[in-house]
Design a protein around this ligand. Structure first.
Ligand code: UD1
Length: 431
C-alpha cells in the first residue's frame, strides 16, 4: 500500500492548474459507447477512476487509447461484450453508468450490482425505475442486473431524489430512445451540463441540463465528437482549502467561480479572501479560520465531496462548528483520523461538532475513501511535524499527481511505497 509523507507547516503559494473533472470525463467515456465513430476527450485526467473506466470499456470490446498531449480516444466500432463484471463495478461505482448507453445501443446489458461502499449504501433503484419507465425489462439475479429493450421509448420520469448518476444514466439512454423523455427533479451539477454539451456534439437533442427539468428528444443515431471536460471543481476546492489552512495565497488557474460558489461562500465566512481573477480564482488566507455551520446538499448546495476537506479546515478554527452530512449516511470516517492528529470532533450520526484547536500534530493516518484521503493530506500540510497518509490509492482515484502539483506550491510532500523503514513511528522519507 502506498502512502503520502508530509512535513507540515509550509505556506502554499503560486498558481495551480486544475485538471479536467473526473465526474464529467467518466460519463463521457460511457456516452462514447453509443456511437461507432471515435470520440476524443481532450486532456482527460490521468487518474485511477479514468483508468478503471477505460478497463471496463475495453472489457466491452471497445478501443481506448491515450494520445500525445493527454487526449483520450474512445472508439466503440463494435461492442463485443454486454457485461460490466463485478470486480470493476466494485472498484468504481460509476461503472453502472455504462448501463444506459449499452442498453440504448445494443438492446441488452448486464451490470454487476454495485453493493455498498465506504461512505454508505448507494443503491441504484432510481436508475432502474427510470429505465423501466422507458420500457426496459429488468431482472436481478445472482448479483447481476440484466436489462433488455429492443428500443427504449421516451417517458416522463420524476426522480424521488436528484441523483447525479440516475440523471446521467437516463439522460444518455434517452438520446437513442423513440420519442421524447423528460427527467424531472433532475440533478443540476455542472458536470451534467457538460454531459449535455458532449451528447449534443454527438448529435443528441438534449436541453435543460443545469435546471431540474431535462428534455431529451430521441434521435436515430449518434456521431463521434471531440470535447474537453470542465475543470474539476472538487480538485479546485480542495486546493483552495489547502491554501487557507497553510496561511497561503494560491491562484486556481481555470477554476470556474460559478461552480464553486457554495465553497467560496463558506471560505469567506471562515475569514479567507476569494477573488475572481482573469485566470480563475485567487484564495488568500486570513487570520485563524472562524467557525462555520455547513450542511451538504445536491448542487448548488455545499458539495458532499468537499465535506471532509472542509472539516479538516474547521478543526483549526477559533470556535465550534457544526457539519451536517445529508447526502450520504456514513461519510464521517475521516473524523476519527483527524482526531488522531489532535482534532476535537464529536460525531453523532450524520452530524459532527468540531471544536477548533490551535494546532494539529503529525501522525500516521489512513484514508478510507477518496475525499477522506484528501482531507487528511490537507491536515498533514497544516500540522506540526510529519504525517503519513496511508491508503493513498484512494486519493489517486480522483486527483491527478496531487503530490507533484502541491510540491510546486511549496508543500513538502512525497509519495512513499510499501515497506519503507520506520523510525519513531514514522517512515523515513527518501529525498
Ligand atoms: C456522484 C459523484 C460523487 C458525489 C455524488 C453526490 C460521480 C462519478 N460521482 O455520485 O462523487 O459524491 O454524485 O454529489 O459523478 N441514491 C439512491 N438511489 C439511487 C441513486 C442514488 O438512494 O438510485 C442516493 C445515494 O445512495 C446517495 C445519494 O442518493 O446517498 C446521492 O447519490 P447520487 O447523486 O446518485 O451520487 P452518484 O451519482 O453515485
Amino acid at each position: 500500500m502506498q502512502g503520502m509523507w508530509i512535513r507540515g507547516g509550509r505556506r502554499l503559494a503560486g498558481r495551480y492548474h486544475v485538471s479536467g473533472a473526473k465526474n464529467a470525463v467518466l460519463k463521457m467515456m460511457a456516452a462514447a459507447l453509443m456511437t461507432e465513430e471515435p470520440c476524443v476527450l481532450r486532456r482527460a485526467p490521468a487518474i485511477r477512476d479514468v483508468e478503471t473506466m477505460a478497463e471496463l470499456i475495453r472489457h466491452l470490446g471497445v478501443e481506448v487509447a491515450w494520445q500525445p498531449g493527454g487526449d483520450m480516444r474512445v472508439c466503440a466500432r463494435g461492442i463485443g461484450s454486454l457485461e460490466a463484471p463485478q470486480h470493476l463495478v466494485r472498484q468504481m461505482r460509476a461503472s453502472v453508468l455504462v448501463m444506459g448507453p449499452v442498453l440504448a445501443r445494443m438492446g441488452q446489458v448486464r451490470v454487476a450490482l454495485p453493493g455498498g461502499c465506504a461512505i454508505g449504501p448507494r443503491p441504484i433503484e432510481l436508475h432502474l425505475r427510470g429505465l423501466r419507465k422507458m420500457g426496459a425489462a429488468i431482472t436481478e439475479e445472482r448479483g447481476f442486473i440484466e436489462a433488455r429493450a429492443d428500443r427504449l421509448v421516451g417517458a416522463d420520469i420524476h426522480l424521488d431524489y436528484p441523483s447525479v448518476g440516475a440523471t446521467e444514466n437516463l439522460m444518455m439512454a434517452a438520446t437513442l430512445a423513440r420519442g421524447t423523455t423528460v427527467i424531472r427533479n433532475a440533478a443540476r451539477e455542472p458536470e451534467i451540463i457538460d454531459l449535455q454539451l458532449f451528447l449534443n456534439r454527438m448529435g443528441a437533442r438534449v436541453s435543460g441540463a443545469g435546471t431540474s427539468s431535462i428534455r431529451i428528444e430521441g434521435v436515430e443515431g449518434l456521431n463521434g465528437a471531440i470535447h474537453e471536460a470542465v475543470p474539476d471543481r472538487i480538485e479546485a476546492g480542495t486546493v483552495m482549502i489547502a491554501a487557507v489552512m497553510t496561511g497561503g495565497d494560491v491562484t486556481l488557474v481555470n477554476a470556474i467561480p460559478e461552480h464553486l460558489e457554495a465553497v467560496t461562500a463558506k471560505l469567506r465566512e471562515a475569514g479567507a479572501t476569494v477573488e475572481e481573477t482573469t485566470e480563475g480564482l485567487r484564495v488568500t488566507a486570513g487570520e485563524r479560520p472562524k467557525p462555520v455551520y455547513l450542511r451538504t446538499q445536491p448542487y448548488p448546495g455545499f458539495p458532499t465531496d468537499m465535506q471532509p476537506q472542509f472539516m479538516a479546515l474547521l478543526a483549526l478554527a477559533q470556535g465550534a462548528s457544526i457539519v451536517t452530512e445529508t447526502v450520504y449516511t456514513s461519510r464521517m470516517k475521516h473524523a476519527d483520523e483527524l482526531r488522531r492528529m489532535g482534532a476535537d470532533i464529536v460525531v453523532d450520526g450524520q452530524v459532527a461538532i468540531i471544536r477548533g484547536v490551535r494546532r494539529l500534530t503529525g501522525a500516521v493516518v489512513e484514508a478510507s475513501d477518496l475525499r477522506a484521503g484528501a482531507a487528511l493530506i490537507l491536515a498533514g500540510l497544516a500540522a506540526e511535524g510529519e504525517t503519513v497518509v496511508d491508503g493513498i490509492h484512494h486519493v489517486d482515484r480522483g486527483y491527478e499527481a496531487l503530490d507533484v502539483k502541491l510540491r510546486a506550491l511549496g508543500a513538502e510532500i512525497r509519495r512513499i511505497g510499501e515497506g519503507v523503514p520506520v523510525v519513531s513511528g514514522l517512515p523515513v522519507a527518501k529525498a
